[in-house]
Design a binder for this molecule. Structure first.
Ligand code: URA
Length: 199
């Protein structure tokens, strides 16, 4: 099997070489590419790095990340068991929502990341990352409901990647909202059954 870490490092370098979203890059401390196990069968995708992520170069290390770690622990998963990244890989100024053109610019790199990792399950965190895969997503209606999807990175690619997408609320949205927090915990609780079904 080719070394997935090398493949991922290549994509990371491509983002820099291709000067993706130069305005975002200029005001960010660094690129926040991804973290965790490149051999993971489950990938989590957030929106964009926040302040702490921008400083440390690692996704989900701030308050939302701590809550995510707790939820992972509640289903016996650790960071080393998963891979985690964001759609947009530079921190937007003042943590504003990523713009449509920024999501569009980074999507091919996200798809290339997934092609290398070859996960079985992709958990999207928040409506921005969910809608990248499920354009009709209504997060309040569709959260926690797994959907099978075939991902094709390049239009001429022979191989498609078949994944199960699990759209969840974003942990930051749930941090200070007790109801949403419980909903997210309940949705997380479904993940082991989804993993079991796929295996
Ligand atoms: N929120 C995100 O969507 N991603 C991070 O990396 C941190 C917070």
């Amino acid at each position: 099997m080719p070394d997935k870490s090398l493949g991922l490092a290549h994509i990371e370098q491509e983002i820099i070489n291709n000067n993706v979203c130069p305005e975002l890059a200029a005001q960010a401390t660094q690129l926040v590419f991804g973290d965790g196990n490149p051999d993971a069968k489950i990938v989590f995708i957030g929106e964009a790095p926040g302040k702490k992520e921008d400083l440390e170069g690692v996704p989900f290390v701030g308050a939302a990340g701590k809550f995510l770690d707790e939820m992972l622990a509640s289903i016996n998963l650790k960071r080393e068991d998963i891979y985690i990244t964001n759609i947009v890989k530079y921190r937007p100024p003042n943590n504003r929502d990523p713009l449509p053109e920024e999501k569009k610019a980074f999507l091919p790199y996200l798809q290339a990341q997934l092609e290398i990792i070859q996960p079985k399950i992709v958990v999207t965190l928040g409506r921005h990352s969910g809608a990248c895969f499920l354009p009709d997503l209504q997060i309040s209606r569709d959260h926690g409901q797994p959907k099978r999807l075939k991902l094709q990175h390049k239009s001429d690619a022979k191989d498609v990647l078949e994944v199960v997408i699990v759209p969840l609320f974003h942990p930051a949205a749930a941090l200070y909202n007790g109801g949403l927090r419980q909903t997210l915990l309940d949705d997380f609780g479904q993940i082991p059954a989804i993993i079991k079904k796929i295996n």
